[in-house]
Ligand binder design. Structure first.
Ligand code: SF4
Length: 510
């Protein structure tokens, strides 16, 4: 069932050619065909709006359309987007296209966008501007914008008004419609816009071309119902909806048969996995327990929400084995007052109790986190509470950001009395502390032997191999390329803030 399909082919509703339209034309058009993100509507979501489909197919007339042609996808933002790109690559290949890494060589270019921060959006608009000369040079080139940004009304408006050479705009719920969207763009010769403002279905049998053969990402759920006041995700990705366990297990078994060494279970809030099942109380702990029986050496999951992290999951993780003991647990702020305004639905005390429980039950557990600095009206004292929680937990690493308002979210309407220079200075102080702790935590490994999953050559030096430990530490060491894809013991000789250096432990050195 479709809700509110924002339409394709603007000229079909109005005789004026696209390039002659004024902003008033667009405004009038959108008033009738597009609903901007609405907190009220989103909260009225119901499970019954979600269907699971197993019947994806590429229409016959599109199965060969890409033979002799190339596609290029540039991905911005999170791992969910990376994974959506793997799916779109699979659909392109199903239509006969080949992948290219050279944008100049492409017949179709897609920008898979991220809406989480303003600078992510600016980067995309910069890139759209850079693509214009290419489009003028190659009029048959098709350029599309998809991902989270295309779910935002302001973004679609800006593209229509300032970048009418874009051929396709489609949303996160429309990826499976790529063959049809492409067909309309090729044969219709007009801009195709397809953004469904809906909660989203689950489509199980989409093809995928996975990036790499060592690590794989598996979506276990989509969307988010948490509505943190600063976040656009619940509007761009729809309602929380979990895949059935049997479908996930089948996908992971397939990865095991194909030799993958690490699987990351993905979701915006993985701890809510299963909460939307009406027929069982099956949750992430149950899923991890079942998956741990599959022959994959490493499993992890992201991203966690402290509010939904339950005891069942902690008990399962405590068994270790192929379940990694690195937990990414976003805290966002150390101040309970700020957490409340952020709508995070936990307090500092709740978070610290959870950390203590995990430290007690999960052997050698380590934590990384996300932190927002300079949320509207954050006081110096509240910021210092963030510094103190970082000291208390001793995170191995933290992804730190200055708050960036997102249009359509409640926080964007809050007045803010914190000047940008104060925010920048706070970020600097926080980063200094985070870096000191990272180095301290890395130093612990000096003189130890760690297991490293070798991913390939180091980005800085092709003579050096690099890979990750079970605690997600990046290790560089010298060794033969034949080790790529294997888990090998490495003796740590030196620690830096972000990486560890080591020597391969060979049979003779053991
Ligand atoms: S839990 Fe994460 S994805 Fe969901 S609203 Fe909050 S920040 Fe956004």
């Amino acid at each position: 069932m479709l809700h509110n399909r924002m339409t394709k082919n603007l000229t079909s509703t109005d005789e004026k050619p696209l390039k002659e339209k004024t902003s008033e034309d667009f405004a009038k058009y959108f008033q009738t065909t597009y609903q901007p993100p609405s907190l009220k509507d989103a909260r009225r979501r119901r499970r019954k709006d979600i269907d699971i489909h197993y019947d994806f197919d590429i229409r016959t007339d599109m199965q060969q359309v890409g033979v002799g042609k190339r596609f290029y996808i540039r991905t911005y933002g999170c791992q969910m987007n990376e994974h959506d790109t793997e799916v779109m690559a699979g659909i392109f290949e199903g239509m006969g296209y080949e992948a290219t890494t050279d944008v100049n060589d492409a017949d179709v270019i897609l920008l898979n966008t991220c809406a989480i921060r303003e600078n992510a959006e600016n980067k995309v608009f910069g890139e759209i501007g850079h693509l214009k000369p290419l489009k003028l040079e190659k009029p048959d080139l098709l350029i599309g914008v998809c991902g989270c940004m295309s779910q935002e009304e302001s973004v679609v408006n800006r593209i229509l008004q300032k970048h009418p050479f874009i051929d396709m705009i489609f949303g996160t719920h429309n990826i499976h419609r790529l063959p049809d969207i492409l067909r309309e763009a090729i044969f219709g010769k007009e801009m195709v816009i397809e953004v469904w403002s809906k909660e989203g279905d689950i489509i199980e049998n989409l093809p995928k071309v996975r990036k790499g053969q060592i690590k794989a990402w598996v979506n276990i759920m989509y969307g988010c119902d948490k509505f943190c006041t600063y976040c656009i995700v619940p509007y761009t990705r729809g309602k929380e909806r979990s895949r059935r366990p049997e479908d996930i297990i089948e996908e992971v078994r397939h990865l095991a048969r194909n030799g993958y060494k690490e699987v990351t279970l993905l979701g915006q809030n993985v701890n809510a996995y299963g909460k939307d099942f009406e027929d069982s109380s099956y949750g992430l702990g149950d899923l991890m327990e079942e998956l741990s029986k599959i022959d994959i050496p490493r499993f992890r999951f992201m991203t966690s929400h402290p509010r939904d992290f339950d005891d069942r999951l902690i008990d399962v993780l405590a068994k270790g084995g192929n379940l990694m003991e690195h937990i990414h647990l976003p805290v966002q702020s150390g101040s309970s007052e700020i957490l409340k305004i952020m709508g995070r639905k936990y307090s500092r005390e709740h978070y610290m109790t959870l950390v203590a429980k995990m430290e007690e039950r999960i052997p050698n557990v380590t934590f990384t986190t996300d932190i927002i600095v300079g949320f509207p009206n954050e006081t110096e004292e509240q910021f210092e509470e963030t510094l103190s929680i970082v000291r208390e937990v001793e995170y191995d690493a933290a992804y730190t950001y200055i708050y960036s308002p997102r249009e359509g979210t409640p926080a964007a309407k809050m007045e803010d009395n914190v000047p940008m220079e104060v925010k920048r200075e706070r970020l600097q102080r926080l980063n200094q502390l985070v870096n000191e702790l990272s180095l301290k935590k890395n130093k612990v490994f000096e003189g130890q032997v760690v297991d490293v999953l070798v991913e390939g050559e180091s980005k800085k030096n092709p003579d050096v191999l690099s890979g990750y430990t079970r605690k997600s530490k990046l290790v560089n060491f010298r060794g033969p390329k034949s080790l790529v894809g294997k888990i090998v013991p490495v003796y740590i000789t030196g620690a830096k803030t972000w990486t560890l250096d080591g020597d391969l432990v060979t049979e003779s050195k053991r």
